[in-house]
Design a protein around this ligand. Structure first.
Ligand code: BEZ
Length: 230
């Protein structure tokens, strides 16, 4: 297994011309890095699971403390979705380990997933987590959802001053896992259990067979059906 994937963004410091931003559908770059739970190889850690790789700017900072505690709180929700979480920042593991006590004290939730140390910015470089015009040294609040096929399924980047909404990340996971198995997509503000949209490429005739719960047609290209896996 290689440590990087051809075509991905190179480590920080690589010639700008050689850099190619990671995009949806790309293979998630593999890496091996130290973490609060020992050395981790991304692909081995994920196995056949889905994965969430998320970066935070800096240890011992307020917003990051709330986020990392919340992800620990939601670990069961990620487990139920067969999804492994992995945090990262440019701080070293020794700093993460020291900070872990604060996270438990401040949020009531002890870290129950690994945090990668990335002082040489290897992971940050591979995933384009440093946005120099926002901050030249710290990792932004990036989130990557990685599918069991190791492809990047979602990328979101938040500024340092805005804590993420991890309920939204769970919601997208639900959508991705549903749409991976059925010919549907999910409408605005959709939540697990609500109606979904039948792919326009499916004829009405085929839709009757594929979606036995029935469907309602708003426009020829907009047909709703009850969530098929419920
Ligand atoms: C925070 O987690 O509160 C934070 C970290 C870096 C910059 C700004 C805020």
């Amino acid at each position: 297994m290689t440590d990087t994937v051809a075509g991905a963004v190179g480590a920080a410091g690589m010639d700008e011309e050689e850099e190619m931003a990671l995009q949806l559908g790309d293979t998630a770059p593999n890496f091996t890095a130290d973490s609060t739970e020992g050395e981790i190889n991304l692909y081995e850690y994920l196995g056949d699971s889905w994965g969430i790789l998320f970066s935070h700017p800096k240890d011992f900072t307020p917003v990051c403390t709330t986020e990392l505690g919340e992800v620990a709180h939601l670990k069961g929700d990620f487990d139920r979705r067969n999804t492994k979480v992995l945090g990262v920042s440019v701080d070293p593991v020794s700093s993460h380990t020291e900070w872990a006590g604060d996270i438990k004290e401040a949020t009531g939730h002890a870290l129950n997933y690994p945090l990668l140390g990335d002082p040489d910015r290897k992971v940050a470089g591979l995933y384009g987590m440093i946005h120099p015009n926002a901050d030249n040294t710290l990792t932004a609040r990036s989130v990557f959802i990685i599918g069991p096929d190791k492809k990047v399924k979602l990328m979101i980047t938040y500024p340092a001053s805005t804590g993420r909404n991890f309920q939204e990340i769970l919601r997208v996971l639900d959508s991705l896992q549903l749409t991976a198995n059925y010919s549907v997509s999910t409408p605005v503000n959709w939540k697990d259990g609500e109606e979904v949209i039948i792919a326009p490429a499916i004829s009405d005739e085929d839709a009757k067979v594929k979606f036995p719960k029935g469907f309602r047609t708003v426009k020829k290209y907009l047909r709703y059906t009850p969530q098929p896996n419920r």
